[in-house]
Design a protein around this ligand. Structure first.
Ligand code: NDP
Length: 310
Protein backbone atom coordinates (compact mmCIF):
# COMPACT_ATOMS: atom_id res chain seq x y z
CA UNK A 1 0.00 0.00 0.00
CA UNK A 2 1.36 3.45 -0.88
CA UNK A 3 2.31 5.64 2.08
CA UNK A 4 -0.02 8.32 3.41
CA UNK A 5 1.17 11.77 2.42
CA UNK A 6 1.37 14.16 5.38
CA UNK A 7 0.08 17.37 3.84
CA UNK A 8 2.03 20.29 5.33
CA UNK A 9 -0.02 22.89 3.49
CA UNK A 10 -3.29 21.64 5.00
CA UNK A 11 -1.78 21.56 8.50
CA UNK A 12 -0.27 25.03 8.00
CA UNK A 13 -3.71 26.39 7.02
CA UNK A 14 -5.27 24.78 10.08
CA UNK A 15 -2.70 26.41 12.39
CA UNK A 16 -3.01 29.73 10.58
CA UNK A 17 -6.74 29.89 11.20
CA UNK A 18 -6.16 29.21 14.90
CA UNK A 19 -3.54 31.97 14.98
CA UNK A 20 -5.97 34.41 13.34
CA UNK A 21 -8.29 33.95 16.31
CA UNK A 22 -5.48 34.62 18.76
CA UNK A 23 -4.42 37.71 16.81
CA UNK A 24 -8.01 39.00 16.85
CA UNK A 25 -8.13 38.51 20.64
CA UNK A 26 -4.86 40.40 21.07
CA UNK A 27 -6.07 43.23 18.86
CA UNK A 28 -9.20 43.53 20.99
CA UNK A 29 -6.92 44.45 23.92
CA UNK A 30 -4.91 46.85 21.76
CA UNK A 31 -1.95 44.58 20.99
CA UNK A 32 -0.59 43.92 17.50
CA UNK A 33 2.26 41.42 17.67
CA UNK A 34 5.34 42.69 15.81
CA UNK A 35 8.24 40.90 14.15
CA UNK A 36 11.55 42.44 13.05
CA UNK A 37 13.41 40.50 10.36
CA UNK A 38 17.10 41.36 10.07
CA UNK A 39 18.61 40.64 6.67
CA UNK A 40 22.34 41.23 6.19
CA UNK A 41 23.82 41.17 2.69
CA UNK A 42 22.33 39.94 -0.56
CA UNK A 43 22.07 36.15 -0.23
CA UNK A 44 19.21 35.39 -2.69
CA UNK A 45 17.80 32.48 -0.63
CA UNK A 46 17.80 34.66 2.52
CA UNK A 47 16.04 37.44 0.60
CA UNK A 48 13.31 35.01 -0.47
CA UNK A 49 12.90 33.64 3.08
CA UNK A 50 12.67 37.11 4.64
CA UNK A 51 10.24 38.27 1.97
CA UNK A 52 7.90 35.35 2.62
CA UNK A 53 8.12 35.84 6.38
CA UNK A 54 7.18 39.52 6.04
CA UNK A 55 4.41 38.65 3.57
CA UNK A 56 2.94 36.09 5.98
CA UNK A 57 2.99 38.72 8.77
CA UNK A 58 1.06 41.06 6.50
CA UNK A 59 -1.43 38.34 5.50
CA UNK A 60 -2.17 37.56 9.16
CA UNK A 61 -2.31 41.20 10.24
CA UNK A 62 0.91 41.21 12.28
CA UNK A 63 3.19 44.23 12.35
CA UNK A 64 6.55 43.62 10.70
CA UNK A 65 9.74 45.50 9.97
CA UNK A 66 12.37 44.37 7.51
CA UNK A 67 15.78 45.66 8.59
CA UNK A 68 18.22 45.38 5.71
CA UNK A 69 21.90 45.92 6.35
CA UNK A 70 24.87 45.82 3.93
CA UNK A 71 27.06 42.75 3.60
CA UNK A 72 30.01 44.71 5.05
CA UNK A 73 28.17 45.14 8.40
CA UNK A 74 30.28 44.49 11.48
CA UNK A 75 29.46 42.50 14.58
CA UNK A 76 29.33 45.75 16.59
CA UNK A 77 26.83 47.35 14.19
CA UNK A 78 24.57 44.32 14.35
CA UNK A 79 24.83 44.18 18.15
CA UNK A 80 23.68 47.80 18.22
CA UNK A 81 20.75 47.00 15.94
CA UNK A 82 19.74 44.03 18.10
CA UNK A 83 19.99 46.19 21.21
CA UNK A 84 17.68 48.79 19.63
CA UNK A 85 15.17 46.09 18.70
CA UNK A 86 15.35 44.60 22.20
CA UNK A 87 14.18 47.98 23.53
CA UNK A 88 11.61 48.66 20.80
CA UNK A 89 8.17 48.07 22.33
CA UNK A 90 6.46 47.54 18.95
CA UNK A 91 8.67 44.48 18.37
CA UNK A 92 7.82 41.17 20.05
CA UNK A 93 9.98 38.90 17.92
CA UNK A 94 13.46 39.38 16.46
CA UNK A 95 14.58 37.18 13.62
CA UNK A 96 18.17 37.25 12.42
CA UNK A 97 18.19 35.61 9.01
CA UNK A 98 21.13 33.19 8.75
CA UNK A 99 23.74 32.86 7.43
CA UNK A 100 25.37 36.15 8.47
CA UNK A 101 28.44 37.26 6.48
CA UNK A 102 31.71 35.55 7.51
CA UNK A 103 33.22 38.60 9.29
CA UNK A 104 30.28 38.67 11.73
CA UNK A 105 30.37 36.72 14.99
CA UNK A 106 27.03 34.96 14.54
CA UNK A 107 26.95 33.43 18.03
CA UNK A 108 27.48 36.83 19.68
CA UNK A 109 24.71 38.41 17.62
CA UNK A 110 22.23 35.58 18.34
CA UNK A 111 23.07 35.66 22.04
CA UNK A 112 22.43 39.42 22.14
CA UNK A 113 18.76 38.91 21.25
CA UNK A 114 16.51 39.29 24.30
CA UNK A 115 15.44 35.67 25.09
CA UNK A 116 11.87 36.99 25.47
CA UNK A 117 11.97 38.10 21.80
CA UNK A 118 13.98 35.15 20.50
CA UNK A 119 11.26 33.71 18.24
CA UNK A 120 13.74 31.47 16.40
CA UNK A 121 14.65 29.77 19.68
CA UNK A 122 18.40 30.04 19.05
CA UNK A 123 19.39 31.83 22.29
CA UNK A 124 21.17 29.51 24.77
CA UNK A 125 18.52 30.33 27.35
CA UNK A 126 15.78 28.99 25.08
CA UNK A 127 17.94 25.99 24.15
CA UNK A 128 18.17 25.33 27.90
CA UNK A 129 14.43 25.80 28.33
CA UNK A 130 13.81 23.25 25.59
CA UNK A 131 16.15 20.71 27.15
CA UNK A 132 14.58 21.24 30.58
CA UNK A 133 11.03 21.12 29.18
CA UNK A 134 10.29 24.66 30.37
CA UNK A 135 8.32 27.44 28.66
CA UNK A 136 10.40 29.13 26.01
CA UNK A 137 10.73 29.37 22.26
CA UNK A 138 11.25 26.21 20.25
CA UNK A 139 13.00 26.56 16.87
CA UNK A 140 10.37 26.82 14.12
CA UNK A 141 11.16 23.84 11.88
CA UNK A 142 11.33 21.31 14.74
CA UNK A 143 8.17 22.81 16.26
CA UNK A 144 6.48 22.42 12.86
CA UNK A 145 7.56 18.77 12.62
CA UNK A 146 5.91 18.08 15.98
CA UNK A 147 2.72 19.76 14.78
CA UNK A 148 2.68 17.52 11.69
CA UNK A 149 3.18 14.38 13.76
CA UNK A 150 0.63 15.28 16.43
CA UNK A 151 -2.07 16.62 14.13
CA UNK A 152 -1.65 13.54 11.91
CA UNK A 153 -2.13 11.41 15.04
CA UNK A 154 1.15 9.55 14.56
CA UNK A 155 1.83 7.72 17.85
CA UNK A 156 5.11 8.83 19.45
CA UNK A 157 5.11 7.42 22.99
CA UNK A 158 7.33 4.37 23.24
CA UNK A 159 8.35 4.46 19.57
CA UNK A 160 11.89 4.32 18.21
CA UNK A 161 12.79 7.64 16.60
CA UNK A 162 15.95 8.19 14.57
CA UNK A 163 17.02 11.72 13.65
CA UNK A 164 19.68 11.96 10.94
CA UNK A 165 21.45 15.32 11.37
CA UNK A 166 22.60 17.04 14.56
CA UNK A 167 22.39 20.74 13.70
CA UNK A 168 21.40 23.25 16.38
CA UNK A 169 18.56 24.43 14.13
CA UNK A 170 16.89 21.13 13.25
CA UNK A 171 18.47 17.84 14.37
CA UNK A 172 19.15 18.49 18.06
CA UNK A 173 15.91 20.34 18.88
CA UNK A 174 13.69 17.86 17.02
CA UNK A 175 15.39 15.02 18.90
CA UNK A 176 14.68 16.79 22.20
CA UNK A 177 11.02 17.34 21.29
CA UNK A 178 10.62 13.67 20.37
CA UNK A 179 12.26 12.69 23.66
CA UNK A 180 9.76 14.87 25.56
CA UNK A 181 7.02 12.96 23.71
CA UNK A 182 8.47 9.75 25.18
CA UNK A 183 10.04 8.38 22.01
CA UNK A 184 13.34 6.53 22.32
CA UNK A 185 15.58 8.77 20.28
CA UNK A 186 18.83 8.14 18.42
CA UNK A 187 20.67 11.06 16.81
CA UNK A 188 22.85 10.19 13.80
CA UNK A 189 25.44 12.23 11.90
CA UNK A 190 28.24 11.94 9.39
CA UNK A 191 30.33 9.70 11.64
CA UNK A 192 27.55 7.23 12.47
CA UNK A 193 28.55 3.68 11.62
CA UNK A 194 26.18 1.65 9.43
CA UNK A 195 23.64 4.45 9.20
CA UNK A 196 21.09 2.50 7.08
CA UNK A 197 20.88 -0.22 9.75
CA UNK A 198 20.33 2.36 12.52
CA UNK A 199 17.75 4.22 10.43
CA UNK A 200 15.89 0.96 9.70
CA UNK A 201 15.15 0.63 13.41
CA UNK A 202 13.06 3.78 13.31
CA UNK A 203 9.30 3.98 13.63
CA UNK A 204 9.82 7.74 13.13
CA UNK A 205 12.68 8.67 10.81
CA UNK A 206 13.62 12.35 10.52
CA UNK A 207 16.09 13.30 7.77
CA UNK A 208 17.77 16.71 8.20
CA UNK A 209 21.00 16.26 6.30
CA UNK A 210 21.11 18.62 3.33
CA UNK A 211 21.91 15.93 0.73
CA UNK A 212 19.44 15.25 -2.05
CA UNK A 213 17.67 11.88 -1.75
CA UNK A 214 20.35 10.58 0.62
CA UNK A 215 17.87 8.38 2.50
CA UNK A 216 16.96 5.50 0.21
CA UNK A 217 14.96 2.26 0.46
CA UNK A 218 17.57 0.53 2.64
CA UNK A 219 17.12 3.19 5.38
CA UNK A 220 13.36 2.81 5.77
CA UNK A 221 11.54 0.25 7.89
CA UNK A 222 8.28 -0.78 6.19
CA UNK A 223 5.42 1.27 7.63
CA UNK A 224 7.68 3.88 9.29
CA UNK A 225 6.77 7.57 9.38
CA UNK A 226 9.37 9.50 7.40
CA UNK A 227 9.83 13.23 7.95
CA UNK A 228 11.90 14.83 5.22
CA UNK A 229 13.32 18.19 6.27
CA UNK A 230 15.76 18.65 3.39
CA UNK A 231 15.33 21.20 0.64
CA UNK A 232 17.67 20.59 -2.29
CA UNK A 233 17.45 22.02 -5.82
CA UNK A 234 18.27 19.87 -8.81
CA UNK A 235 19.08 21.94 -11.87
CA UNK A 236 20.37 19.45 -14.44
CA UNK A 237 18.84 16.46 -16.25
CA UNK A 238 21.79 14.40 -15.11
CA UNK A 239 20.96 15.05 -11.44
CA UNK A 240 17.32 14.17 -12.04
CA UNK A 241 18.23 10.90 -13.78
CA UNK A 242 20.61 10.01 -10.96
CA UNK A 243 17.95 10.41 -8.28
CA UNK A 244 14.58 9.38 -9.68
CA UNK A 245 13.69 5.81 -10.75
CA UNK A 246 10.98 7.26 -12.98
CA UNK A 247 12.28 10.68 -14.03
CA UNK A 248 9.51 11.69 -16.50
CA UNK A 249 7.56 13.92 -14.07
CA UNK A 250 10.60 15.63 -12.51
CA UNK A 251 12.13 16.18 -15.97
CA UNK A 252 8.94 17.97 -17.05
CA UNK A 253 9.15 20.13 -13.90
CA UNK A 254 12.80 20.87 -14.64
CA UNK A 255 11.94 22.01 -18.14
CA UNK A 256 9.02 24.14 -16.95
CA UNK A 257 10.59 25.72 -13.84
CA UNK A 258 14.34 25.32 -14.34
CA UNK A 259 14.73 23.35 -11.09
CA UNK A 260 13.29 20.40 -9.21
CA UNK A 261 13.01 20.46 -5.42
CA UNK A 262 13.90 17.25 -3.68
CA UNK A 263 14.30 16.46 -0.01
CA UNK A 264 16.90 14.38 1.80
CA UNK A 265 14.73 11.29 1.21
CA UNK A 266 14.28 9.49 -2.11
CA UNK A 267 10.57 10.21 -2.59
CA UNK A 268 9.65 7.14 -4.65
CA UNK A 269 11.23 4.86 -2.03
CA UNK A 270 9.42 6.68 0.79
CA UNK A 271 6.11 6.36 -1.02
CA UNK A 272 6.63 2.62 -1.61
CA UNK A 273 7.96 1.62 1.83
CA UNK A 274 6.95 4.15 4.50
CA UNK A 275 3.59 4.18 6.25
CA UNK A 276 3.43 7.98 6.05
CA UNK A 277 5.80 10.66 4.80
CA UNK A 278 6.13 14.38 4.28
CA UNK A 279 6.60 15.36 0.61
CA UNK A 280 9.04 17.96 -0.67
CA UNK A 281 7.76 20.50 -1.46
CA UNK A 282 4.58 20.72 0.63
CA UNK A 283 5.61 18.84 3.77
CA UNK A 284 7.76 20.38 6.52
CA UNK A 285 8.56 23.58 4.58
CA UNK A 286 5.16 25.30 4.94
CA UNK A 287 5.20 24.78 8.72
CA UNK A 288 8.39 26.71 9.40
CA UNK A 289 7.00 30.19 8.71
CA UNK A 290 3.68 29.59 10.44
CA UNK A 291 5.54 28.43 13.57
CA UNK A 292 7.52 31.68 13.45
CA UNK A 293 4.19 33.52 13.47
CA UNK A 294 3.01 31.33 16.36
CA UNK A 295 6.18 32.15 18.32
CA UNK A 296 5.75 35.89 17.63
CA UNK A 297 2.19 35.77 18.95
CA UNK A 298 3.36 33.78 21.98
CA UNK A 299 6.10 36.38 22.60
CA UNK A 300 3.51 39.17 22.49
CA UNK A 301 1.31 37.27 24.98
CA UNK A 302 4.14 36.34 27.35
CA UNK A 303 5.64 39.85 27.38
CA UNK A 304 2.30 41.26 28.48
CA UNK A 305 1.24 38.42 30.74
CA UNK A 306 -1.72 37.55 28.47
CA UNK A 307 -2.83 33.94 28.64
CA UNK A 308 -3.03 32.13 25.30
CA UNK A 309 -6.39 30.70 24.30
CA UNK A 310 -4.69 28.52 21.65
P1 NDP B 1 23.37 21.28 8.60
O1 NDP B 1 24.27 21.28 7.42
O2 NDP B 1 23.58 22.26 9.68
O3 NDP B 1 23.46 19.81 9.27
C1 NDP B 1 23.46 18.67 8.50
C2 NDP B 1 23.60 17.47 9.39
O4 NDP B 1 23.60 16.32 8.54
C3 NDP B 1 24.92 17.44 10.18
O5 NDP B 1 24.68 17.07 11.51
C4 NDP B 1 25.76 16.41 9.45
O6 NDP B 1 26.58 15.63 10.28
C5 NDP B 1 24.67 15.49 8.88
N1 NDP B 1 25.20 14.80 7.71
C6 NDP B 1 25.81 15.36 6.62
N2 NDP B 1 26.21 14.38 5.77
C7 NDP B 1 25.88 13.21 6.35
C8 NDP B 1 26.06 11.86 5.99
N3 NDP B 1 26.67 11.53 4.86
N4 NDP B 1 25.59 10.91 6.82
C9 NDP B 1 24.98 11.24 7.97
N5 NDP B 1 24.78 12.51 8.38
C10 NDP B 1 25.23 13.48 7.58
O7 NDP B 1 21.90 21.33 8.02
P2 NDP B 1 20.50 21.81 8.68
O8 NDP B 1 20.16 20.95 9.84
O9 NDP B 1 20.49 23.27 8.85
O10 NDP B 1 19.52 21.48 7.47
C11 NDP B 1 19.32 20.17 7.00
C12 NDP B 1 18.43 20.22 5.77
O11 NDP B 1 17.18 20.75 6.13
C13 NDP B 1 18.94 21.12 4.64
O12 NDP B 1 18.56 20.52 3.40
C14 NDP B 1 18.17 22.41 4.82
O13 NDP B 1 18.00 23.11 3.62
C15 NDP B 1 16.87 21.88 5.32
N6 NDP B 1 16.11 22.82 6.14
C16 NDP B 1 14.79 22.95 5.85
C17 NDP B 1 14.00 23.79 6.57
C18 NDP B 1 12.55 23.86 6.27
O14 NDP B 1 11.92 24.84 6.59
N7 NDP B 1 11.99 22.84 5.65
C19 NDP B 1 14.55 24.62 7.65
C20 NDP B 1 15.94 24.35 7.95
C21 NDP B 1 16.68 23.49 7.19
P3 NDP B 1 27.88 16.24 11.05
O15 NDP B 1 27.31 17.03 12.20
O16 NDP B 1 28.63 15.05 11.48
O17 NDP B 1 28.58 17.11 10.05
Amino acid sequence: MAATILDGIKIRDEIQSELLQQIAELKRVGVTPGLAAVLVGENPASQIYVRSKVKTCEALGLYSEKMERPKESTTEELLQLVNDLNHNDAIDGILIQLPLPPQVDTKRVLTAVDPAKDVDGFHPMNVGNLVAGRTGFVPCTPAGILEILKRSKIPLKGTRAVVVGRSDIVGKPVAMLLLHEHATVTICHSRTRDLPAVAREADILVAAIGKAAFVTADFIKPGATVIDVGINRLTTEEEVHKIFHDPAGPLATLEKRGAVLVGDVQPEDARAIAGAFTPVPGGVGPLTIVMLMANTIKAAQLRRGIKSSG
